[in-house]
Design a protein around this ligand. Structure first.
Ligand code: PMP
Length: 428
């Protein structure tokens, strides 16, 4: 496959856009090579600027759950656009999508729309702090909640200690309010509560993690967090930016049977337009301006195009919930194919899957947290990634990412992918 035009476009972009991209993972830093510039997409396929067709396993990092250029969504956006793109006033469609989201997801009475997952998580934490009157939060190493300062924190010197900034520009002052624990380690969380009595406003977690590759909570882990939150009057925030409207109508809460206090959304809820949202029971949401004192706002929040796309997407999922089962079956089919192919090699590997999220780690041991995810062999991953790309399969360009299946993928596409996989892993 040739990427001549992509290379030219990347060189041109790099002159005027830092690193040539508007979000770092797109630059292929982890895998090397030229980022591929996509011209258009339809269903399960991406078409790049050089005329290559790629089977897409990213789905725009989640949103395109029903495939690209899904007509009910694109038509809704086109029709809305003709009537004006933003008014800065309330519109009826905001209530319609809010009503639908509240009906689909457990434990939420009210929802506020924002423009990204980052904004949703940032605002959810502010709301939790305002509601509890406490400053500190607990997050888990390897979980990503967007690029707001409070989340760009890494573990400090001891395992159970204050975090330190993991990006220049994040202050120590901010870092001291974010406590870090390893994923799946309830004892570490308990120790943080002991050391910070009555100071922890919230625990924020990806209930199924997707940002250290797909990592699944061990039995009892989320239940344990729920119990600790109840004991210490701390709020449990589920970051369902990836899992929301992907694992099922009600997201991870419903799928795993755990109640969160605040839930954040992004990706699918916007149908491919820039949308995020956070939601909770009325008692908590009443703290939000203008009803309450916690400030949060947005010039383009709830804008008609974004709401039209989101409403069309949620309506489709609500009306045909069998989509979730179909996606899960397709992902299980892929999983089985991968497993068979890998078992014929001498490679060390672990595959984690939950619903329509799946990751292949070239790691010896079980992957249960960031530390074990980081043991995966990146050289093998790079070869694997480029091998698959050469076969016309577009995978996440980092082993710290989950694949996201979309329901436009046919079993023919999956068989093609598995055959390519078998060929590629045999060369690693
Ligand atoms: N939370 C999670 C779980 C995410 O995966 C992401 C983005 N990948 C975010 C928050 C941030 O969302 P956004 O990129 O829309 O700001």
């Amino acid at each position: 496959m040739l990427y001549k035009r992509s290379s030219e476009l990347f060189a041109q972009a790099s002159k005027v856009i830092p690193g040539g991209v508007n979000s770092p993972v797109r630059a292929f830093k982890a895998v090397g090579g030229t980022p591929i510039f996509i011209k258009e997409a339809k269903g399960a396929y991406l078409y790049d600027e050089d005329g290559n067709r790629l089977i897409d396993y990213i789905a725009s990092w989640g949103p395109m759950i029903l495939g690209h250029a899904y007509e009910p969504v694109t038509n809704a956006v086109i029709e809305k656009t003709k009537k004006g793109t933003s008014f800065g006033t309330p519109t009826e469609i905001e209530t319609k999508i809010a009503e639908l989201a509240v009906a689909m997801v457990p434990n939420i009475d009210k929802i506020r729309f924002v423009n990204s997952g980052t904004e949703a998580c940032m605002s959810a934490v502010r709301l939790a702090r305002g509601f509890t009157g406490r400053d500190k939060i607990i997050k888990f190493a390897g979980c990503y909640h967007g690029h707001s300062d409070s989340f760009l924190i890494q573990a400090g010197s001891g395992a159970v200690t204050f975090g330190s900034p993991n990006s220049p520009g994040v202050t120590q002052g901010t870092a001291k309010d974010t406590l870090l624990a390893p994923y799946n380690n309830l004892d570490a969380v308990e120790a943080l509560f002991e050391a910070n009595k009555d100071e922890i406003a919230a625990i924020i977690i990806e209930p199924i993690a997707g940002n250290m590759g797909c990592v699944i909570p061990k039995e009892g882990f989320l239940e344990g967090l729920r119990a600790l939150c109840d004991k210490h009057n701390t709020l449990l925030i589920f970051d369902e930016v990836m899992t929301g409207f992907r694992l099922g109508k009600g997201g991870a809460q419903e799928k795993l049977g755990i109640d969160a206090d605040i839930v954040t959304f992004g990706k699918v809820i916007g149908g491919g337009l820039p949308v995020g949202a956070f939601a909770a029971r009325a008692e908590i949401m009443s703290y939000l301006a203008p009803e309450g004192p916690v400030y949060q706002a947005g010039t383009l929040s709830g804008n008609p195009l974004a709401m039209a796309a989101g409403l069309a997407m949620l309506t489709a999922l609500n009306d045909t919930p069998e989509v979730f089962e179909s996606l899960e079956k397709k992902t299980a089919y892929l999983h089985e194919g991968f497993e068979k192919a890998l078992s014929k090699t001498s490679l060390e590997y672990t595959i984690n899957r939950f619903g329509s999220m799946i990751s292949v780690f070239f790691a010896k041991d079980e992957v249960v947290d960031f530390e074990t995810s980081a043991t995966a062999n990146n050289d093998t991953f790079k070869k694997y990634f480029h091998g698959m790309l050469a076969e016309g399969i577009y995978l996440p360009p980092s082993s710290f990412e989950s694949y996201f299946l979309n329901d436009a993928l046919s079993y023919e596409d999956l068989d093609f992918t598995i055959a390519a996989f078998e060929k590629v892993v045999a060369t690693l």
